[in-house]
Each structure stands twice: as structure tokens, then as C-alpha cells.
Design a protein around this ligand. Structure first.
Ligand SMILES: O=c1[nH]c(=O)c2ncn([C@@H]3O[C@H](COP(=O)(O)OP(=O)(O)OP(=O)(O)O)[C@@H](O)[C@H]3O)c2[nH]1
Ligand SMILES: [Mg+2]
Length: 188
């Protein structure tokens, strides 16, 4: 049995990760620390830095991972990226959709970057990307920007209109966790 700590203060994220990583050989626990996030468009740097902070707080020798999720607009060259959290909090979804009004290309990418520290403190990175487009909000408003992101894999349905199981088949997070799981399997 592998003990592994997921550091996040985001309850929705935790719920998805618990489903994605469910395994009889993993004992997943959560530490709801609110870690600082680097001001950067480099998603690997942000996740790596978050993971290092987590190890510092939790102490060495533990297997720890964090994830950072970004939403990038094709027309904005990597932005809002990791700053999407503050855009959602400050402006709200409708104004975020309006930011793309003058552009024909509504393309966007949802990207999850996982930084996992093994018991020696070595950091490993796993990433998942789902392409889609930004649309006027549809579906439940439970989770961040789910209702304005329509993945290319499910035309006419936003993330928020999919069941958790359906989202977990195609999501940025699911893809990142597939890579992470495959890596953990090689260790067993
Ligand atoms: O609609 C969504 N569908 C998703 O699948 C999703 N994943 C993350 N988010 C939101 O995007 C921002 C990322 O910031 P983020 O990765 O730093 O998260 P966070 O600060 O909430 O938690 P954490 O840093 O403690 O893990 C935060 O506003 C999250 O709520 C999502 N919204
Ligand atoms: Mg965060």
C-alpha cells in the first residue's frame, strides 16, 4: 500500500482526483493547504514550486503531489492560464466569455499539470491537455469555468453538462492522471 498526500484546498478538484486515482494499492489523503502560486505562464514552474512548498510544510520523506490547472485561450498566447482562478473570482464567467467577443477563434485549452515528489524528494511532472472552445455559460455552476468550456470531444456539451464520469473520461485532469497512474504502476 502506497501512502500519498494530495495537497489542494479545492474540494471539487479533490472529488475528481479521488475518482481518477481510486486504487486498492493507494492510500490517498488530502492536506488542504493554500499554497502560493508563482506568477508565471510556465505551468511546469508553477506546479514544481507548489510541490516544493508542500514538501517544506509537510516535511521530507513523504510522497506528495499537487496539481495546477490552467485555461488558455488560443488568441491570448497562454493567458489567462493559471490566472484563470482570479479572472473567475474577480470578473465572473460572463465577462470572461465577452473577452473573446471580438475574436472569431474561441479556441481554448484546459491543462492540468501534476507535480509529484517521491519519498526522496525528486519531482516528476505529468500533464494533460483537453482542447475545446469558450461558449456562453451552460450547465451547472458548481465548478470554476466548467460551464463555459466545451471540449472538442463532446461538441454541444460543456464540461458542466457532462456527468462526472463522462467528464472524467475526457478531461485535462483525467489525461494528466492517466500518465501519473501509469508511472505509479511502474513502481509497484
Ligand atoms: O471549471 C473548472 N473545471 C475544472 O476541471 C477545473 N480545475 C480547476 N479549476 C479552476 O481553475 C482554477 C485553477 O487554479 P488552481 O489549479 O490553482 O486551483 P485552486 O487554487 O482552486 O486549488 P489548489 O491550488 O489548492 O489545488 C481554480 O479556480 C479552479 O477552481 C477548474 N474549473
Ligand atoms: Mg491554487
Amino acid at each position: 500500500m502506497r501512502d500519498i498526500v494530495f495537497v489542494t484546498g479545492n474540494a471539487n478538484k479533490l472529488k475528481e482526483v479521488k475518482m481518477l486515482l481510486a486504487s486498492e494499492t493507494l492510500n490517498l489523503t488530502n492536506e488542504p493547504l493554500d499554497l502560493d502560486e508563482l506568477q508565471d505562464t510556465n505551468l511546469v514552474s508553477i506546479a514544481t514550486d507548489k510541490c516544493k512548498q508542500a514538501i517544506k510544510i509537510l516535511g521530507p520523506g513523504k510522497e506528495v503531489f499537487v496539481e495546477d490547472t490552467a485555461l488558455t485561450f488560443d488568441e491570448f498566447n497562454g493567458l489567462p492560464g493559471a490566472y484563470i482562478k482570479w479572472f473567475v473570482k474577480s470578473m465572473g464567467l460572463d465577462k470572461i466569455v465577452k473577452m473573446l467577443d471580438s475574436f472569431e477563434n474561441k479556441g481554448a485549452e484546459a491543462i492540468t499539470t501534476i507535480a509529484y515528489a517521491d519519498s526522496k524528494g525528486e519531482i516528476h511532472i505529468f500533464q494533460g491537455i483537453t482542447k475545446g472552445k469558450i461558449v456562453p455559460s451552460r450547465g451547472s455552476l458548481n465548478f470554476g469555468w466548467d460551464s463555459i468550456f466545451e471540449p472538442l470531444d463532446t461538441p454541444n456539451l460543456t464540461y458542466a453538462e457532462l456527468s462526472k464520469e463522462e467528464k472524467n473520461k475526457i478531461s485535462h485532469r483525467a489525461k494528466a492522471f492517466e500518465h501519473f497512474k501509469a508511472y505509479l504502476d511502474t513502481l509497484n
